[in-house]
Write a new protein. Structure first.
Length: 132
């Protein structure tokens, strides 16, 4: 249990554990784990409560049903796992502008949040292009 209280883990150990989890995922479900599909489904769930007819007729959601499945629970587990890790390692303070960002780009929270938001859009677009 002491290893869970460490502030930093070996990237090799963390990578090896992620690799083992991926192998188990493929053996048990026949699919790779991922997050981008879950975000699209979550958006579909939200949209379905507002305009249910529109989501029902969308080609993507005819092929990929709007549902809570193991991948959705995986993403929820990542959130709660990160929260547990932060609490156990006592690194649970939120930092709006990390020191590394501040050194390079200044202290502007707005600039940091805009860059993070745009980076997220680019990352999600790329993941969806790769069918991830």
């Amino acid at each position: 249990m002491n290893v869970l209280r460490e502030k930093k883990w070996s990237p090799y150990a963390a990578g090896a554990m992620a690799g083992l989890l991926l192998i188990l995922s493929v053996l048990i479900t026949g699919k790779y784990f991922g997050a981008s599909t879950t975000f699209v489904r979550a958006a579909g769930m939200i949209e379905q409560t507002v305009v249910p007819d529109k989501v029902a007729g969308m080609e993507y959601f005819i092929k990929e049903k709007v549902k809570i499945d193991w991948q959705f629970l995986f993403v929820v587990g990542v959130f709660f796992g990160a929260l547990a890790s932060a609490l156990l390692s006592k690194e649970n303070k939120a930092v709006a502008v990390p020191q590394m960002w501040e050194v390079r780009f200044g202290t502007s929270r707005t600039k940091r949040w805009i860059a993070a938001f745009l980076g997220g859009i680019i990352l999600m677009y790329g993941a969806r292009l790769a069918d991830g």
